[in-house]
Ligand binder design. Sequence first.
Ligand code: RIB
Length: 311
Amino acid sequence: MAQQQTKIVVLGGINMDLVTYSPRFPQPGETVVGSSFITYAGGKGANQAVAVARMGADSKMVGRVGGDMFGPQLLEGMTAAGVDVSGVGTNQEVSSGIAVIGVDDTAQNCITQVLGANDTCGPAEAQAVKNALSGASFLLLQLEVSIQLSLEVARAAKAQGVEVMLDPGPVRPVPDESFALCDVITPNETEAQALVGFPVTDEESAAQAASQLLERGVGLVVVKLGAQGAYYANSEERGMVRPFDIEAVDSVAAGDAFNGALAVSLAEGAALERAVTFASAAGALAVTQSGAQDSMPRRAQVEALVRDQRP
Ligand code: RIB
């Protein structure tokens, strides 16, 4: 009998990223001369949808682009990557989501974001998600569309037995009721600190943050610690996945590659530690390339890195 294809639904932000590369970030009031500027397709939701497609799963994107020249480009890019964009609408009245991103010589990034069309997602997108949930394993959410909309579709997903994974970025208020709706939450250090109220900088503080989030009702917590690796905990097991050894170029969207790969791996039934290792390899490979959607690795590359460094 033919194996059923893994299906993942993503509701979230679709952005055009305007990116400068400079030796370091400017201080307030300072101008730093950069080395290059590029424009690439991004947005946490769209990046995750592309990551899912590159892992070989069916990827369905729901969201909105704006009435500017970026809208059609963003739709074409996702389609070319194998993402089903039939759930993506256009709001002619506003700009597409925009992220102005600085990348420094250490491959760190800082982002100023204008939500634009993403912030106008509402009942039409709620319905599009609900229509898409049948047969899906996961619904992936982030915080680039309204949290009320995300809560509504998370409830619908839970009611149908579809698991909910929340990437709580960018940092925005998250209502308490959200946590019990999250089968998986995947904060980075900054996002984890915003959720728990103390600095999350290493394995020990990540473990404390994970415990607090589990108590609030989350099923599985995975704290993305960047170059230190990833800490995971659910009610039965905990552990740390060491980072992969790679040459860092641009960390933008590494977390999105991580989430797409984690969802696919968990949906395929991988053991938890193996799934977090697979996701960490995907995130690491994204850091070796410039770009957001363009830097999402292919499955064969992820499998090869895991084979090479975690035989
Ligand atoms: O997670 C990376 C993404 O965050 C970028 O592509 C940018 O669009 C911002 O949304």
